[in-house]
Structures are given as C-alpha cells and as structure tokens.
Design a protein around this ligand. Sequence first.
Ligand code: F0G
Length: 454
Amino acid sequence: MPVKTIIEPFRIKSVEPIRSTTREEREQLLEAAGYNLFAIPAEAIVIDLLTDSGTAAMSTAQWAALVRGDESYAGSPSFTRFRESVEAIFGFRHVIPTHQGRAAERILFSVMCKPGDVVPNNTHFDTTRANCEFVGAEALDLPIPEAAEPGRVLPFKGNMDVERLERLIAEKGAKRVPLVMLTITNNSGGGQPVSLGNMRAVRAVCRKHGIPLYLDACRFAENAYFIKLREAGYAAKSPREIAREMFSLADGCTMSAKKDGMANIGGFLCTNDDSLAQQEKNLLILTEGFPTYGGLAGRDLEAIAVGLNEALEEDYLHYRIVSTGYLGEHIARAGVPIVQPPGGHAIYIDARSFLPHVPPEEFPGQALAVELFLEGGIRSCEIGTLMLGQHAKMDLVRLAIPRRVYTQSHIDYVVEIILEVFGRREKIGGVALTYEAPFLRHFTARFRRLGGAA
Ligand code: F0G
C-alpha cells in the first residue's frame, strides 16, 4: 500500500519565530492600516498568505550558491550560470535578466506595443495589464467561458478561448495584435493550468497570422506538473521535459523568478528574436542595468540558477500541488465556496458566494480578507472588484502559499480560522473606499467598514 501521508520533502534548519497577537491588537492594527492588509506590519501577522511571490524559503544549495555570487559589473560568471540554467529549461535564444517580472513586462510592451494595439491573454495579471495599458495598448482577457464559474471543475480551466482569439484577430486585423500571451498558471483566474493542447491551438492561430506567442511563465513548473497529472500522454514525462515542450511552442516569455524561480527577487525576459533582443537590452541598460545583471546582484542570479531546477523536482512538485489541494479540500468539504479545482500556488475563496449579502461594490473579497486577519492574524489578498475594477468577473480572496515555508499544522490552523469566520458570515458587512490611487489601487487603498461587522 502506498503511504497516504504527504510529508514536506525537506527538513528545517533555520527558523523564524511567529508572534501571536490578540484580537484587540488586530482590531487596532486594522484600524491604523485603513483596513488594507498591505499596510499591516509583517511581524504582526500569524500566517502570511498575501503572496507566493518572493516569499519562498531557500534551500541550503541556494544559500551555498549565494556565497559564490560574483559581483562584477560586466561578464560575471554568476550571469553565465544563470543564463545556462535558464537556457537549459526555457530554450530561448536570448535571456535578459530583470529585477522582477514586471520589469520584463515593461520592457517587452515598450518594445512591442503602441497605442491602439490589442494584447490578448488568457487573463492578464494586474501588473501585466497595467504595463500594457501604460504604453497605450489594450489588455484583453480571453479565458474559456467556464473560467468565470468558480464551482466548475475542469482540468485546464486556465485555457484561452481559441475561437474568441480567432474572432478578435479577424475583427482588429493581425497588425494591431503585436503579440498574444498565455499566463501559466492563470493567477487571476484561480491558479489554473493551461494544457499543452491549448498552447498548441493558440500557437497555430498565432502562426497563421504571423503573431508571436509569449508565455507569462511565473508558475511554469506548477503548470508542467498539472500537465503531467492531467493531460493524456504526459504521465511518464518529467516536469522538465514538459516545460521544454511548453516553451518550444512560444517565441519568448516573461518570468518572475520570485515564484517558480524559488528566489526572493529576480526575473527575466526571453526572446528568440535578435532584433527585439537588441532593443530590449538597450532599454534594460537605461533603467535596470547592464545585460549581465539587469538590476540583480550576482548572488541573486546564483539563487535563481539553482532555484529553477529545484522547482522542477518531482518530490517538491508533488508536495506543492497536494498540500495546496489539502487546504482547498478541507475548507470546501465544510461548505466554503472556493474556485474549483484547487490551484497550484493558492486557494481562492469565492467571496461573492461566501458573503452573498455584500454586493460587489462593497468589496466582499476585501471584507472577507479583513475578517480572516481579525479572527486569526491570517493575511490574504483580494482579487476582485478592488484589484481589477470593472474587469472583475468574480470577487475572490486568494490564500497564496509561500513555497516551502509553512507546515501542515500551519495549514490546519488556517482551515480552523476560515471555518470560524464561515460560521458567522451572515454578520459580516462590506467595506467602502475612503482613498484610492489612480492605478493599481489595491496596494494603497483605505476603507471604512460598513454595518453588520462582528
Ligand atoms: N505575472 C503573473 C502571473 C504574476 O503572478 C506576477 C506577480 C507577475 C507577472 C509580476 O511579477 O511581482 O515579479 O513583478 N504576482 C505576484 C502575486 C505579485 O502576488 O501574484 P513581479
């Protein structure tokens, strides 16, 4: 009989204390933060599920590599190791390091897009949308229609609607679509994977019209593992082989190494196009740095070079996908509405169903995130009307799981707190904005609570 208990496939060598807080303290912290969890000091958080970005615990191999970091301004051997590691997995001709994913996005869109252009994506992440719109292009989301039904279980709910893509290109003309993007996994759509079948279909449409295909590859290893588990013909392939096949279908990618790079900072931009690469490197020098470091220290490049390989290890990916599913299944079993099936890096609570009496304009996702902090010091993140404005099709609360950081008992605590809040959901009211910035408002918005609060 195979063993059923999934253990964390690592031992803990260095620990960070978690400070507990009282409900009164948390009430005061919330008030001082204007009910925005981004404004709460991290030491006052019990379990921090705000993001899986840059929050990974590094391995001993990564820490060892860090010490090897060569800080030469140009031609550092750390860059060579970084480039070789990226090339071996991603396979693109040019690898351009950046300080994080959004810097890669800014450079890519600055070089490829102009006002009036349209960039289709399965679902743009908020920084991707903002960077696209910043250069005057339209960021268009074309997920499959089922992606908007939180309870619907599909193996590849991150897929793009290929028919809509065809129609869009027919309507706008291929000249106005400078690139098509696929976000793997689809973060804003529930951490859902994209199948290789869908990638091939999207690529075929792109090829027909001479449009390059780029992957937003932040969680490529998790996407590859879902393909291994769920797509016919891939069970015997390694995550690395699957990743190679995914990238072979694309003309380039943007990457935040803060996710499946297992690093605390970093990113890169890849392309097969020599002329674009030249323009991108010129822009890189202007704002990020010389092309052999791109705004990173040599030691960061070393951590990423090792981390990308660790993210593809099967023991790790098995634990990663199963332990995220564990949280989802335990709350769903008790009736908590979540985006089904569980995503790779996060569980998304469907706040519109959790708080059906709170209308979207009273930000049910934010109201629920505030309650989870108040109840148990858990920090989560709204992905809904607050973050996405009129583009929001759902109001979700994301519980993002940092890589290799929390154990099963931490997750059991999270389950208990969520169920406690679920039990008193009818008494929870919405929130109203008292301040909002002109773009990416969720980071700095402030709120007041509307009636019904517990
Ligand atoms: N694309 C996706 C799909 C992302 O999830 C993120 C970041 C980025 C691009 C930008 O990368 O942060 O390195 O500049 N997502 C983080 C999150 C912030 O919490 O989901 P970055």
